[in-house]
Design a protein. Structure first.
Lengths: 440, 517
């Protein structure tokens, strides 16, 4: 099936819902093809290749709402599925805020090309995939005699979808993803087998780093953990590497949602246009970035994508407002979810930031932990390194970092110049002062 | 399984696909549920009909799967139906359904895996997927699939009414009732979110060794989250009950418990503080504290990590790892628990497996690949999220058996420490052994007494070290009835856990350094 046929089917599905008694409906039909390869100990460990389809349908009947998805998209079964779904929706409670977004929020032009498809996708064949994975594994394994095991992975996917709303929205999209890297486990004489990973991903095949770079990085990261230990509890400066700092930022995502505001479970309630972080923090949501991992012309409610300052020099400028909760709290919808996040970056590299620290903890990974969107409390496990007089002196692990997001973000003192290249959140390395660590 | 043959046939006799994809939550309840005889009356033939296949087709597909020299293959047929209804702002104003239908085909060559699946269960589509999976090997066929023989399975989760017979109209009143009780319980409650989730999965798994098994796997859950406000301060907490149950599990007593416990856990947070940062004595309350075992030892004992030599437990089998009174099991046979299975997702028998017996490390958790590697019997831990996923060694219900101590004496023995009671999540690094779990709420212990409430602290330790540091084990084993889902390599499976009251003599608690600086 191609997108033209999917559009026809989605329109038919919506028509069937309306015919069955729905006032409004929206439908998405999605197809993806995925290949995953894993290499370990010079051998192909796993090879998985599959395609999947699904249809998801939102139904509004008398301001009652339900959502459904199924992977059987043949018309006879769908017809029955939709009829039952519409009928059953009638047993829910009426909710005046339940309806499709107003037409004015849909994009005027849904044909713009964000460059999300790599035309070379079709040319990547299975022997090439295996070769990349086996090379990464070989490079990783050869880095040191202390390596116990290296597993290299490669995967790619291609997706296509259409979205149709009964009140006049029609959109489609397609994209590719590629990712490759390795995880490596090493021997530590003090007991324990520290592990680390290095994976890269991109919309474009040619943007994947070389197998040498991927394998070497994964192994070197694991080797540097040998001898890791917890150190004394205390208040430290904290440097967080770019690939890990998104975990900290994620504690702002839920409290920034209209749902959390309406449900009174956001510590950012009432903070619009107020200072919630130091002036070092500027967060821009940019869905229209060409080739971006999170790029889109419209979000998963059909709402037109727009570049927005979410936080500007520490001042909260926007919430993530979806259609339903936006109606409930009378706010214009922005979008219910983040797309690509870009930041106001600093001038220094991670190495320079390390050199600036007298005594600090460099955090390069988190383990477990959670945050409380209602109060801002958080506590996460960490791994990383102790820095003294501008130098990394030893690896640390088995420690927690704890605090409250309301104070914590005001103690952000520097941003690195190093946006993380392999995700939709282009987070830089970050430096915080006065951070509570618990260890010994 | 108390499901009736008639009910099953009614569902399947309408023809495979049309019946399969009706979102049954939307139906009104039948006037009268069919009176049900016993599980053994649901026959293999019913499953074959349901998936529209027979032994001949399965044999043909397997022959294609083995055509390039694979030494084993299996087919995993699944039909899953998941329903969700949610109450928010006093109204049941949302409902979701998801239906999945398909077959996963796996081919092994030694410990190498080829995998594909199809959402279309036709001979043509299955053979195409089998060809893809077959290409893990690269010769001609070496073996033939053996004739299928049904593996009879036990019934660890009998339910009275299959979820197919419970319409949305029957579920809505539960949520309304809980909501009223929540608001009646405490004036400070300002919001409550309540959701009712139920799922049904029909599975049939056949392998080239000639084994075929089938199962009906129900799941039910009600969860309550509330927010309370006092003098401008807001707090939120959560409580849920889940298991392989039918709707009869949600008795008036359980409805009461859902309302009362979620409110108690929320309003106690108004007075909660953060403990001091650093190592301290920690008491784990009986029940959900079994999350400690899941992270500290359970994952590390999954045999794939040991086969690859990357677990911190890889060299510790038959060695003492804990005090003599510590025995830890992973069990698929507990009645109606969330992690129980009548048969695993590779068609192998489930069992109660000792990870640690009287302080000595005993057995890994095996799937078929690892059992072949270690030349042992599979332990029935081969599980997968769905037909779209490869099976892996996974936990079921992981718990510690009761020990010699009394809860009161355990608490009285602590001078200054933490009593951990409610948890949200945890994680482990398999090789280094670092593991964490997040304490949503608990209490301080001062001079042998439980005192101030504590909230939002992460606990971090090292698996083998913490096992050694378990110095007291209560006689009050309790299993968790929470809706736990365990994630591994991107796959989620339902699990449960349990623990008696346990004292760990030293572990790092996330807190503040105010007292020190």
């Amino acid at each position: 099936m191609n997108n033209k046929e999917r559009l026809e089917l989605a329109e038919w599905a919506i028509g069937t819902a309306i015919k069955s008694g729905a006032d409004e409906a929206s439908a998405v039909i999605y197809n993806t093809r995925d290949v995953e390869i894993e290499y370990r100990d010079k051998k192909l460990e796993t090879m998985k290749e599959s395609g999947r389809n699904y249809l998801s349908l939102q139904i509004y009947t008398g301001h009652r709402y339900s959502g459904h998805s199924t992977n059987d998209i043949r018309k006879p079964s769908l017809e029955k599925f939709i009829q039952e779904a519409v009928k059953g929706t009638g047993y829910l409670t009426q909710d005046e805020f339940r309806s499709l977004p107003e037409k004015k929020y849909y994009p005027g032009n849904t044909d713009a090309d964000l460059g999300l498809v790599d035309p070379s996708y079709e040319k990547v064949d299975s022997s090439q995939r295996k070769k990349i994975a086996s090379q990464i594994e070989e490079v990783a394994r050869s880095q040191s005699g202390q390596i116990i095991s290296a597993t290299a992975g490669y995967n790619d996917s291609y997706y296509e979808f259409v979205r149709v709303h009964s009140n006049g929205f029609k959109g489609e999209g397609a994209g590719t993803y590629f990712s490759a890297g390795a995880s490596v486990t090493v021997k530590d004489e003090n007991g324990g087998r520290p592990e680390d990973w290095f994976y890269a991903s991109s919309r474009f095949f040619k943007e994947l780093p070389s197998p040498e770079m991927l394998g070497k990085n994964a192994a070197q990261r694991a080797l540097k953990k040998i001898g890791q230990k917890k150190i004394e509890s205390g208040i430290y400066e904290m440097l967080v590497e770019n690939r890990a700092s998104g975990r900290l930022l994620s504690m702002l995502a839920e409290p920034m949602s209209a749902r959390a505001l309406q449900q009174k479970s956001s510590f950012l309630d009432g903070m619009l246009e107020k200072q919630i972080a130091s002036d070092k923090l500027t967060v821009i949501d940019d869905p229209l970035m060409p080739g971006g991992m999170g790029s889109r012309l419209f979000d998963d409610e059909g709402i037109a994508a727009k570049k927005r300052f979410m936080i500007e020099k520490g001042v909260l400028r926007n919430y993530y407002v979806d259609n339903y909760y936006g109606r409930k709290i009378q706010m214009e919808p922005t979008s219910g979810s983040s797309s690509n996040l870009i930041f106001e970056y600093g001038t220094k590299s991670l190495e320079d930031l390390i050199r600036d620290q007298k005594r600090a903890l460099l955090v390069n990974g988190f383990i477990g932990g959670n945050s409380n969107s209602t109060t801002g409390d958080f506590s996460f496990g960490i791994v990383g390194f102790l820095i003294e007089n501008g130098e990394i002196v030893k690896p640390v692990n088995e420690m927690n970092v704890s605090g409250n997001a309301k104070d914590f973000w005001k103690n952000l003192v520097a941003m690195g110049n190093d946006p993380y290249p392999y995700g939709s959140w282009k987070t830089p390395s970050m430096v915080f002062t006065g951070v509570n660590f618990s260890g010994l | 399984m108390k499901m009736t043959r008639r009910a099953f046939l009614e569902k399947t006799s309408k023809g495979l696909v049309a019946a399969a994809f009706v979102p049954y939550f939307l139906r009104l309840s039948p006037a009268k549920a069919l009176a049900g005889p016993i599980a053994s009356q649901v026959k293999l033939d019913d499953f074959m009909n349901h998936f529209g296949v027979d032994e001949k087709i399965i044999n043909e597909v397997m022959s294609v799967a083995l055509s390039k020299g694979g030494d084993y293959c299996d087919l995993y047929f699944q039909h899953s139906i998941d329903n969700y209804i949610g109450l928010e702002d006093k109204a049941v104003n949302r409902a979701y359904t998801d239906v999945g239908f398909g077959v996963g085909i796996r081919v092994l060559k030694g410990d190498q895996t080829g995998y594909s699946f199809t959402e279309e269960i036709t001979p043509g589509a299955m053979k195409l997927a089998a060809q893809t999976a077959a290409s893990i090997a690269d010769s001609g066929a070496l073996i033939k699939p053996q004739e299928l023989k049904l593996k009879e399975t036990p019934a660890f989760y009998p339910i009275e009414t299959p979820w197919e017979e419970v319409g949305i109209d029957k579920k809505v009143p539960y949520l309304q009732q809980i909501n009223e009780k929540v608001f009646a319980e405490d004036k400070r409650i300002i919001k409550s979110n309540i959701w009712f989730i139920n799922g049904t999965s029909y599975i049939m798994v056949a392998n080239s060794l000639g084994r075929i098994a089938c199962d009906y796997q129900p799941m039910g859950q009600i969860a309550v989250s509330c927010t309370a406000e006092q003098n401008g301060q807001r707090e939120q907490n959560y409580f849920d009950l889940s298991g392989r149950h039918g709707i009869e599990f949600f008795t008036p007593a359980n409805i009461d418990k859902l309302a009362k416990e979620s409110v108690r856990r929320t309003v106690m947070l108004f007075d909660a503080i953060k403990p001091e940062a650093g190592e301290m004595e920690v008491i784990l309350a009986a029940g959900s504290s079994g999350i400690l075992l899941h992270e500290a030892i359970g994952h590390g004992m999954e045999a794939d990590f040991n086969r690859k030599n990357i677990s911190i437990f890889s060299d510790k089998i038959d060695k003492p790892v804990a005090e003599k009174f510590v025995s830890i099991v992973d069990d698929g046979t507990n009645p109606n628990l969330r992690g129980s299975i009548n048969v695993d997702d590779e068609g192998n028998d489930t069992e109660k497996t000792y990870l640690v017996e009287n302080g000595t490390l005993k057995s890994y958790l095996h799937d078929y690949i690892s059992s072949r590697f270690y030349k042992v019997k599979p332990t029935g831990n081969g599980r997968r999220e769905s037909f779209r996923h490869v099976p892996q060694p996974r936990m079921r219900n992981t718990y510690m058996e009761a020990g010699p101590h009394k809860k009161d004496e355990i608490i009285a023995s602590v001078k200054k420490g933490l009593y951990a009671e409610a948890f949200t999540n945890g994680e482990v690094f398999i090789g280094a052994g670092d593991f964490t779990f997040y304490v949503k709420s608990g209490y301080l212990i001062e001079d042998g007494k439980i005192t101030k409430p504590v909230k939002d602290v992460n606990i971090i330790g090292n698996g083998p070290q913490v096992l050694k540091d378990i110095v007291m084990v209560g006689d009050d084993l309790q299993m968790s009835e929470g809706g736990w889902t365990c994630g591994k390599n991107g796959q989620g499976v339902p699990v449960s856990m349990g623990l008696p009251t346990v004292k760990v003599k030293k572990i790092t608690v996330g807190g503040l350094n105010t007292a020190k600086s």
